[in-house]
Design a protein around this ligand. Sequence first.
Ligand SMILES: Cc1cc2nc3c(=O)[nH]c(=O)nc-3n(C[C@H](O)[C@H](O)[C@H](O)COP(=O)(O)OP(=O)(O)OC[C@H]3O[C@@H](n4cnc5c(N)ncnc54)[C@H](O)[C@@H]3O)c2cc1C
Length: 410
Amino acid sequence: MRPSVLVVGAGPAGLSAAEVLSQAGWSVTVVDALGSAARKFLRAGVGGLNLTHSQPLEAFLETYGPHRPRLEPYLGRFGPAELQAWAGGLGVSVFTGTSGKVFPQGMGAAPLLEAWLARLSRQGVIFRTGARWMGWSSQRDWEFEDSGGAFRLEADAGVLALGGPTWPNLGTGGSWVSLLEAKGVTLAPWRPANVGFTVDWSPVFREKFAFQPLKETVLTFRSVEGTPWRRKGELMVTPWGLEGGLMYAAGARLRNGIEAEGRMAVALDLAPGRDLNRVEADLSRPRQGRSLSTHLQKTLGLAGVKAGLLREVLKPGSPDDPSRVAQLLKALPLTLTGTRPLAEAISAAGGVRWDELTPELELRRLPGVWCAGEMIDWEAPTGGYLLTACFSLGRAAGEAIINSRIGQET
Ligand SMILES: Cc1cc2nc3c(=O)[nH]c(=O)nc-3n(C[C@H](O)[C@H](O)[C@H](O)COP(=O)(O)OP(=O)(O)OC[C@H]3O[C@@H](n4cnc5c(N)ncnc54)[C@H](O)[C@@H]3O)c2cc1C
């Protein structure tokens, strides 16, 4: 008889495990609590599915920061190049954007997912959606609940690929945590990653500039460890603070700083194309009775949200001589007071601790059960790093099961 495996969670990690196992001839059943597979993956495609990144592997791995040593063994086997080839194998070509990010042609996730699910079905994978995993009655017996009530499924091995607690309508909000904790499995606390930060904007600024992009801005700050951080990119002003690529890239450091000190001081360079002297010289041109806003626009081409930010910091009545304004434009001080909630985050840090897992991703306390994807304790910025690692971990779990004692015995 073919060995059987239950994959719980039909996101990219679970589907990757199912793919490898079904290719190897295993009888695979994929169960998901939601009514259809890979809801978060599909949602990720709404603004353009950033599948992976085209930078050299060394730079790619470096982006995982302190999590690199844990993830490298898996990413070394299935990384950005393999993921692009995999998409091509499904008939979906990819392209590299100007920033080096890799997207499927057409940007969306639907064609890729459709082709993937069709291939998995052809390989014999059985899908049971709308069924929530509720725990185990014995080592081989898995308990589920769907609209028809409770039922059990038996399998030789199991993969948990349950995702994180973000965007709860696209998953189960991490409700599976108590099931693992009941078995003694420890988890690192969930923390929001790739999320917005709060800034106490004045009501006037908030009303006028919420949801306006801040292009060509340099973010600088000093991490709690004292390391300087500086990068150019884009931000979005939100009613509650700042969000966007730059905040995501700096996110873990900013979040750690806020956790340690309650707030984080950052600075924005709103005129990165000119140095301080040049900005001051430009602003020193005769003002000829013009308002500061008009002068900024005439001399530096600064208007809209950038000018609004300057006014937000330069309170009415305070000096607005060229030297002071230039200094503010080159290093506008802002205080981040917190992170937005987990439910809004693109991903989560925290989850099943690495020391609960063997290097093959099997739970030490629950032999026969493997874990994969975002439910494990790692994090990465946006840029395709999240999905690449989820695919990679899912495939690694599948391969490990094939090579395990269960795979060899059955
Ligand atoms: C808005 C948004 C945009 C994103 N954009 C990108 C992007 O462009 N690039 C990128 O790299 N990443 C992106 N991400 C992150 C990426 O989508 C996730 O990291 C990835 O989907 C995680 O994959 P996973 O398989 O580990 O978990 P998930 O995709 O979360 O899948 C887990 C599955 O487990 C199921 N499940 C949970 N508990 C149970 C249970 N008890 N019983 C049954 N089933 C259960 C859930 O229903 C879910 O379908 C984005 C995320 C969001 C929210």
